[in-house]
Write a protein that binds this ligand. Structure first.
Ligand code: PHE
Length: 359
């Protein structure tokens, strides 16, 4: 073999190594087989390495340099082919992963059930709001109350049946001096004791009586009291204010009436009726044929109370009222058994939910 033939052979072998290597690399199907392809195209036993080994036998430096450069170029080309192939595989794998882990952030989530205010809370707030609009503020007092405030200061005679332990819960260990308040009226006294007139307050709160529970009675219930004391307050103010309240709650075009009644702490005393909002006076099941629905107890503040707290009863007068929140809520929503408000049956309560998807 002449030197020229050997040169041609080596050159052909290098070109063969190039095309063989490129073929091997091209044939790799994934990152794993690409590693194998690298060994087969660029490893110690690869065609390129074998062709390179022939270079040692070339004595002419120019020829050797030329073929050496060719060998390097082939090596670089195969290296570049491997790199680009790997890049393709890595991109494909990343694309697949994006696809696998894709999250559609626009899909609606699983909404957790959201609660809502209890219908009694809503009713109380609604009533409070009406009176706030009339210039009243909110006051509160203790549920465990001195009998002195619950009865005595409110002009209950000593032997009034309400004082009986059959009617009122007495707190053990305190004789007959401490009770669970039977109404929110003792807070009238507490408010008046704490400030000079004028007084305009509404007093929401829990109250207790030894009542047997039925559709209209509970032993723990929710009252809302009101008290207005100022110079020159008359029964006309009482009727006007409570009429405004009743029409706000039950219907703007309904009539109201005052029916004489008795409470020790008001004189005169009355019950406020509103025209039946179902039959408008002709008589139906809701008003039990009466045409009118009893809404609350009220009256002009008895001077006994004003004197008890040290107000000038000749200068000041006032009116007071008290209502059962369960009763107002039941009437306003057509609930026939007030015990439903305390059963905590979500199916019942959810009917009163407004705004933001209730349970
Ligand atoms: N405290 C009375 C009751 O519990 C209601 C009431 C309050 C009546 C204020 C008149 C004035 O029934």
């Amino acid at each position: 073999m002449t030197t020229g033939e050997r040169l041609d052979d080596i050159e052909a072998a290098l070109e063969g190594a190039r095309s063989e290597g490129l073929r091997i690399i091209e044939a790799a199907a994934d990152l794993g087989s690409l590693a194998e392809a690298r060994t087969r195209a660029l490893g110690r036993k690869a065609p390129l390495a074998r062709a390179r080994s022939g270079l040692g036998g070339i004595t002419d430096p120019t020829d050797r340099k030329k073929l050496g450069q060719l060998a390097n170029a082939v090596g670089d080309e195969l290296e570049a082919a491997l790199t680009s192939k790997r890049g393709g595989f890595e991109r494909a794998e990343l694309d697949a992963r994006w696809e696998r882990e894709r999250v559609d952030v626009t899909l609606p989530g699983d909404a957790p059930p959201v609660g809502s205010l209890h219908p009694l809370t809503k009713t109380a707030w609604e009533i409070v709001d009406i009176f706030i609009g009339l210039g009243y503020r909110v006051a509160e007092g203790p549920e465990i109350e001195l009998a002195k405030y619950n009865f005595e200061a409110l002009n209950f005679p000593e032997h009034h049946p309400s004082l009986s332990p059959q009617e009122t819960f007495y707190i053990e260990g305190h004789g007959d001096e401490v009770v669970l308040r039977t109404h929110t009226s003792p807070v009238q006294i507490r408010v008046m004791e704490s400030q000079a007139p004028p007084v305009y307050v509404v007093i929401p709160g829990r109250t207790y009586r030894r009542d047997v529970m039925d559709a209209t009675h509970l032993s723990a219930f929710f009252q809302l009291e009101g008290l207005a004391v100022d110079e020159g307050i008359t029964m006309g103010d009482l009727k006007g204010s409570l009429g405004t309240f009743a029409r706000e709650i039950f219907g703007r075009d309904l009539d109201v009436r005052l029916r004489p009644h008795y409470f020790p702490f008001t004189e005169p005393s009355a019950e406020l009726d509103v025209q039946c909002f179902v039959c408008r006076g002709s008589g139906c099941r809701v008003c039990k044929g009466e045409g009118w629905i009893e809404v609350l107890g009220c009256g002009m503040v008895h001077p006994f109370l004003l004197e008890w707290v040290g107000y000038d009863a000749a200068r000041y007068s006032g009116f007071a009222f008290g209502m059962g929140v369960e009763r107002i809520a039941a009437l306003a929503h057509g609930v026939t058994d007030i015990r439903s408000f305390y059963d905590n049956d979500v199916r019942f309560l959810a009917q009163f939910a407004t705004g933001g998807g209730g349970p």
